[in-house]
Design a protein. Sequence first.
Length: 258
Amino acid sequence: MNTVLLEKHEGYAIVTLNRPDAMNALSRELRADFVSAFAECVRDRAVRVIILTGKGRAFCAGFDLKELSAGDGDAADAADNTVARAMDAFTGPIIGAINGHAITGGFEMALACDVLIASENARFADTHARVGILPGWGLSQKLPRLIGLSRAKEICFTGTPVFAQQAHAWGLVNHVVPADQLLPRARKMAEDMCACVPDVLARYKPLIDQGFNKPLDEALRWEERIAIESARQAKGQVIAQRRESVLARGRSERGKSE
């Protein structure tokens, strides 16, 4: 059985963790398959967006503790952030479709996504402190920036789960939907992203991510410089055509809502 499934569609791919009986725990095999799946998406220029989700009742329960406890060595190989690096290597947006438990390493994988959509069954927990290992895939740095220092410390120091609606209220996830609507909602978001100009979509992500780490005045000057470079490459006629396409899309969306 493949521990990670890769399914390609028009402009986007769905990567599914596939160890449902083990709550998609991160075994060595799954981690290797995960890195391979993301590497394939990086190689395929037709894949501009990735949806990451899990099979069964869990998104990912973190490291396979049974496998770790069976070894004679330490946990250093598990702490290696090959999974996070594989996600970082993909330059396009990553949509996390969180179908269930996202625990510890699974929580860190969710935080490595650009946008999170959660099913009503989703729950997030950080059990690093309870297990006896520190996070190494970015959780301690990303979570406070996302939901605030005090809330992040509560999650990390207690191991108490945060359920979907609370995660939404705290700004951890963008949307909460019924379980049967999770993948359709993620697919629709991916299709909307794929409707953007490909090279601009690829450049927009680092524009936001890198600018976020700069002081605001420096980030504004940096954004202006990048925008000027981008505008020099743009052609007026092409922009006009794209503008008409955007307007037509807006009229279509309004018609659906009426």
